[in-house]
Design a protein around this ligand. Structure first.
Ligand code: SF4
Length: 221
């Protein structure tokens, strides 16, 4: 079955502490205006599972992990069985997800198929349609509570474009996370200018109070 839009054979940056490959799943259930991967979100899969697993078989002993990214990996209908196959080769799995499929995340965790989860906390409810074209903050919290319950390594992150979210909203999100028992860093990924995005975004012109933000979040470029 065609699973991936693309495959990055090696990264030291995307899976904490281990060398990994990145599997880019085609398609997404959101349409974030700042999305850097319009080709993957709108494109079709053209790498099948067998080829991806053959690649991993050849890299046993060289790589230790696989990052499931995209697009949105949890939309792939055969994901559970694909993850079982990846695990049977001895790899750790990290899921990068927009958190809109808590049911799939729960199944993966129940089967002990995930070693690390990066959850996007996109925006407060009131901004989801404007920024992401859909989705819900409620589903983010469902995913959050599921991951928290299983006690595996996970992180929460938000992409920050100063014209889409302001400092007060980010601080409220950070406080809410803290009140829900989140004690790890809340990562803010700063929007990168000059790359193609799904939406038509203006350049960021507003001056941001990063000194204030740094009291509540961990900034990431
Ligand atoms: S940034 Fe948004 S649209 Fe792009 S892949 Fe992630 S969730 Fe999907």
């Amino acid at each position: 079955m065609k699973a991936l839009y693309d495959l990055t054979p090696f990264t030291l940056l995307d899976f904490p502490d281990i060398p990994a490959a990145i599997f880019w799943f085609a398609g997404c259930n959101l349409r974030c205006t700042y999305c850097y991967n319009p080709d993957i979100v709108l494109g079709a899969a053209h790498i099948d599972e067998e080829s991806a697993l053959a690649f991993l078989t050849k890299r046993i002993g060289l790589l230790e992990g696989v990052v499931l990214s995209g697009g949105e990996a949890t939309l792939y209908p055969n994901l559970i069985s694909f993850c079982r196959s990846i695990k049977s080769l001895g790899y750790k799995i990290k899921l990068d997800t927009n958190a809109m499929r808590p049911d799939i995340i729960a199944t993966l965790l129940k089967e002990n198929l995930l070693d690390y989860v990066a959850l996007d906390y996109k925006a407060p409810s009131s901004e989801m349609i404007r920024i992401c074209g859909g989705g819900s903050e409620h589903r983010f919290w469902e995913s959050f509570h599921i991951v928290q319950k299983y006690g595996i390594y996970f992180e929460v992150r938000t992409t920050f474009h100063p014209d889409l979210l302001n400092e007060a909203q980010i601080i409220t999100m950070a406080d809410t996370l803290k009140n829900k028992g989140y004690t790890r860093p809340f990562y803010i990924q700063l929007f990168r200018e000059g790359v193609p995005t799904l939406g038509d975004l203006p350049s960021c012109e507003r001056v941001v109070d990063y000194t204030l933000l740094k009291r509540y979040v961990t900034l990431r470029n």
